[in-house]
Design a protein around this ligand. Structure first.
Ligand code: ADP
Length: 605
């Protein structure tokens, strides 16, 4: 708190000194105009009054002093302009300017004394000249209240005094008029000062705000970059051991003679591992969306297809609680990204089941809403969500389940909302405690012509079911991985799938093996000591001109990494942890290109 007060005080002080600096800069900025004006008006007055002033000597003295004062003030301005910003802040500039203005004002007033003429016309001319100079100074000196007052007051008061000392009616009238003008000049200069001061303040405040905004933006960008590096590292660090945990658990499942208890234990390991994997994936999704790294591929999608797929995925979960899941048949087409829409609907359906009572129901209804958009309602008969909690619902990490007995991460709805918004849609909730909730997604029903993006990145579909390659005996796979447990695990996985493999722990070792053997496929880790997977691929592609399929196996799930893999010449990327099914699908996909008739250049002999 104290620190905050100090920083507020400091920023007020620095703002005030900026205002003072700005004022003095503007005063000096108008100096050139003042000097030229003074020079021209003094010269005219000198020549006009030359033959009519009571004393030519005094008039010449006045003219000389005016010239000298202009020169001194001009010199001061010259010094100010050439001073460094640090020096310009000094208070002494203001004091010197004030003294210079007072001096100039005094000598303008002295025109009425030193250039005095008995002739009424010339007296009037002097009055007009001094009043004009005072009026003109409002434009150049009103940036500081003291400066303008200390300039016009000596000039006008000396003139007033001179007029009052005259005994003629004419000068008396002039003196009354001048008195009125003095009051008028004071109030006008006050107003002019206030206006210009306000303008300066507003300009400086705008500068400050802009600077603060820029700094805040930079800080936010830096924090975001740090966050994404952290997430990328964290994802990598978590995926690597998860890869081993889930992979070995799956291999154990394939072993013989497991007792029921052992199978159960393995099931628990897989369940916990998958839960952790879910969390890692969701956090990555969230980070990707926040960074704007989410690729959305909009197309016209048959809702029926998405909903049926979702239903089949959640059915086992619904069966556990005997929850009835129903989807109304629909022919509606929606404008969305298939995968991302499926992800959002799946999240709503899973929540509808998770936060439901046993024997409850979850119904999905689709229809055209009033605004001609497509609406998907996910209606559950669960516990419901209070109004206060509804506000928090779509914020990341909001777990509203009071007992926390239901597994979850609290990120799903926040991701769903951002995905739907990315597809130009909306998502909202209506709920009654104890009665259930209705989550509604609204999307466009047609496909705008110019909004279709093609997903060009080639990747392995994790749900793909691909026919197995038949003649596995003729094909060998080269596996490159620096983590020994992971290397052994892939070897076992390949063994279970019926493939032979050679193993290497870095790119250099792999290169030697590649040059002396014949492989149908290379599966390589990306980050390894001595030679990483990208370098290995580049060398194979450039030196050997080989088109052997190379598939990356990495724990880094960020989209940029996929681009990096493809740019290095790899054919696809697999993300750790990877199930036997995914590995099998990937191998089938890439080995089928290397079967007889389609032999890659590296398959020599
Ligand atoms: P998760 O379910 O993984 O915790 P979500 O972001 O999907 O994360 O949901 C956030 C919270 O909102 C949940 O923890 C739950 O308390 C509440 N919630 C979501 N959907 C429902 C629902 N259909 N009925 C009751 N509560 C729900």
């Amino acid at each position: 708190m104290e620190q905050l007060a100090v920083s507020v005080k400091e920023s007020i002080q620095s703002m005030e000194s900026r205002i003072r600096l700005e004022e003095i800069r503007m005063l000096h900025g108008g100096m050139m105009f003042s000097i030229l004006g003074t020079f021209a008006v003094s010269l005219i007055m000198f020549f006009v009054l030359y033959k009519h002033a009571s004393s030519t000597l005094y008039l010449a003295l006045w003219f000389g002093i005016m010239m000298l004062s202009s020169l001194l003030r001009g010199w001061d301005t010259y010094c100010f302009i050439n001073a460094s910003p640090d020096e310009q802040v000094k208070e002494s500039w203001g004091t010197r300017f004030l003294i210079g203005s007072t001096f100039a004002g005094f000598w303008w007033g002295m025109l009425a004394w030193l250039g005095y003429s008995v002739e009424n016309e010339y007296q009037t001319l002097i009055v007009v000249c001094i009043v004009g100079v005072a009026g003109g100074s409002l434009a150049t000196l009103s940036y500081r209240w003291q400066t303008i007052v200390f300039f016009i007051m000596p000039a006008l008061l000396l003139l007033e005094l001179r007029l009052m000392l005259e005994n003629s009616d004419f000068t008396q009238v002039l003196s009354y008029l001048l008195a009125v003008f003095i009051l008028f000049a004071l109030s006008t200069s006050r107003r002019a000062y206030k206006n210009s001061n306000q303008n300066v303040k507003l300009r400086i405040e705008a500068d400050y705000n802009e600077k603060a905004l820029r700094e805040a933006k930079n800080e936010a960008e830096q924090a975001n970059a740090a966050k994404s590096t952290f997430l990328s590292n964290m994802s990598h660090e978590l995926r690597t051991p998860l890869h081993a945990i889930l992979g070995y658990a799956q291999l154990l499942e394939h072993g013989d003679a497991l007792s029921q208890k052992q199978s159960c234990n393995i099931g628990e390991i897989k369940h916990a591992g998958n839960l952790l994997l879910d969390l890692v994936n969701q956090i990555l999704d969230l980070a990707g969306i926040e960074e704007g790294n989410l690729n959305i591929s909009m197309a016209s999608i048959a809702l029926d297809e998405v909903l049926k797929e979702c239903k089949s995925l959640v059915q086992p979960l619904a069966d556990e609680k005997n929850i009835y899941v129903d989807i109304t048949d629909t022919t509606i087409q929606v404008h969305a990204d298939y995968i991302r829409l499926k992800q959002a609907i799946l999240n709503l359906l899973t929540n509808g089941i998770k936060y439901n009572y046993n024997n409850g129901s979850v119904i999905i209804k689709c229809y055209h809403s009033d605004n001609n958009r497509v609406r998907i309602d996910v209606i559950d008969t669960g516990r419901g969500i209070s109004r206060e909690q509804q506000v928090l619902l779509f914020k990341p990490f909001s777990r509203l389940d009071p007992e926390g007995e239901i597994e979850g991460t609290g990120i799903g709805l926040s991701i769903s909302r951002q995905l739907i918004e990315k597809m130009h849609g909306t998502i909202k909730v209506e709920s009654d405690i104890g009665k259930g909730s209705t989550f509604s997604i609204e999307l466009d029903s047609h496909l705008p012509e110019d909004d279709v993006t093609e997903d060009v990145v080639q990747c392995i579909d994790n749900n793909a079911t691909i026919q197995s390659v038949k003649n596995k005996d003729n094909l060998k796979i080269l596996v490159v991985e620096d983590s020994l447990p992971n290397l052994r695990m892939i070897e076992y996985q390949l063994e279970v799938l019926g493939y032979k493999a050679d193993l290497a722990t870095d790119g250099n070792e792999a290169l030697q093996l590649f040059r002396n053997n014949h492989y149908g496929l290379i599966i390589t880790d990306c980050n390894m000591p001595i030679m990483n997977g990208y370098e290995l691929t580049s060398i194979i592609r450039n030196e050997d001109k080989s088109d052997i399929p190379i598939v990356a196996l990495t724990a880094d799930a960020f989209p940029e990494r996929e681009e990096q893999c493809l740019a290095a010449g790899m054919n696809a990327r697999l993300i750790k942890p990877m199930s036997l099914e995914v590995l099998n699908a990937a191998i089938d996909q890439w080995l089928s290109n290397t079967l007889p008739g389609k032999l890659p250049k590296s398959t020599r002999g």
